[in-house]
Design a protein around this ligand. Sequence first.
Ligand code: ADP
Ligand code: MG
Length: 566
Amino acid sequence: MNKIILLPSEISQKIAAGEVIERPFSVVKELVENSLDAKASEVKVELIEGGKKLIRVTDNGEGMSKEDALLSFERHSTSKISAKEDLGQIATLGFRGEALPSISAVSRLVLKTCQREGEKGILIEREGEEVLCVSDTGFPPGTSVEVKDLFFNLPARQKFLRSERSELGFTARYLTSVGLAFHEIKFSLRHGKKEIFNYPPVGSLKERIYQIYGKSILEGLMEVDYTEESMRIFGYASSPPSGRSDRRHQLFYVNKRSVRDKLLQASLNQAYKGFLEKDRFAEAFLFLSCPYSEVDVNVHPTKAEVRFKDSQTVFAIVQRGIQTALLKSQGIKEVYPVQEEEKRVYRIGERAPAPRMQIKKEREPDVQELFPPAREKEKIYPDVLGQYLETYIVASSEEGILVIDQHNAHERILFERYEKIDKERKWPRKLALFPLILELSPSQLLCLEENLALLEEAGFRVEAMGGRSYSLNEFPDIFNEEEAKDIFLSLLEEIEQEKVESRKRKILATLACKTAIKAGEVLTLDKMNYLVEELLKTSHSSLCPHGRPIVVKIERREIEKGMKRS
Ligand code: ADP
Ligand code: MG
């Protein structure tokens, strides 16, 4: 008996839609990309209930003829490529002709479009696969797509959607990232009756950064602009010693397309080696422009990743571009022959000079109070032998040798301590001596509003100062005032993408991570003994709160076997 059937189009369309459309923000992304490809100078996004109830994207772009508008809902209908050779030369954001059919397969959709002033507009109404209505309508030049009741016919997907605020946050975050790439275009976002933001067109990326993030961020940034061969890397990145304690603010674009890219991230990190302290990361808004033929954009269902033809060259050029800007920002005119320095061989006993650009901020880790003096040692605890690579504690026990990650171990200890403090609502709080003013981006603002109570429980008190400004007045007394702002901002970033029920845990884990000793810190024997003892008292001494291992054990049996004693 034959078993294979060809799926009816109703099902296959839904399967295909599942690839591209995950949540309201994915709809916004596809529609906004279409608006940009249609050369709009103004893009307006409106949402109701975080986009779950309604998403409307309106532009003043080229619009469509009636025939094109009808055809645009067919799978693989596109005006952007026509031959297979075009796939290697994609200059538009879209090219697969999948967005409109996918969106309309899982929602109730109304499209209105008009090509020229004075012409009649056209309206198409659809519900899932079905065309409900095609008619003339009064509409100014441009296109508007209204998407109602997303996933009304896919309840399984609907269940995965987050709270209204979280979904709105996804969209706000996406729009700010695309807004950076198109500063000459006006973007606005409304949620119900509330205007979330409205960015009029501006003349430069710098002004757009200012519109989105405020003035304070610009003070810590330097300009990057470097061209080599056919590639140009430009934008803004942290000017040392400023930086952040997490990597979240590293935005990369390739030919104006926002991408997640490990290679670009790695070359950024490489460029900053020696310029930032170990636990600091550069903030970056970096744009790579290169010939379309050098990069394959057709490698990811939502086009969030790209593949370079010659990744080595890209890596090197980006790194050189950033390094040139770094040296300039530090007042150094010429680029050092860094490679030669690295190649030199040092004899045993001869110390290689510290990298010339090493910038070290004097900072005595303020962890004393977290290390009460070591107690009398009891027999059951392993013996600390010493520290390895300034990162691991090496201890011996009956069963073998333990190699303990000092950061992960301390993180676990603090996490459990913070959990207890939090349960008993006993956070020691500290008042800020100077007002700690935070300028928040729209997505940070939304996240703050949504999590105000949770953050307050954890010891943070903020006050609205008008607009996007908040002042952080009180914070848990487990770190210094200088660190408070940075840690608070990291918390906002960390919990934004987290499910509601796991946010508290995330806050505590982040606080533990930020206050734990770091890899690379020299520890006294007392501290190491204390850490090992405390670690063994925790409920989970083998994994840190982020799930990374804490201890690697070299079994005594293994050692003896290796020595041929057993
Ligand atoms: P793609 O963007 O990959 O071509 P879509 O399904 O997103 O596929 O859109 C199909 C076609 O509909 C586009 O190629 C374009 O010609 C047309 N289109 C979609 N949205 C707009 C818009 N906002 N303005 C003008 N034309 C549009
Ligand atoms: Mg498209």
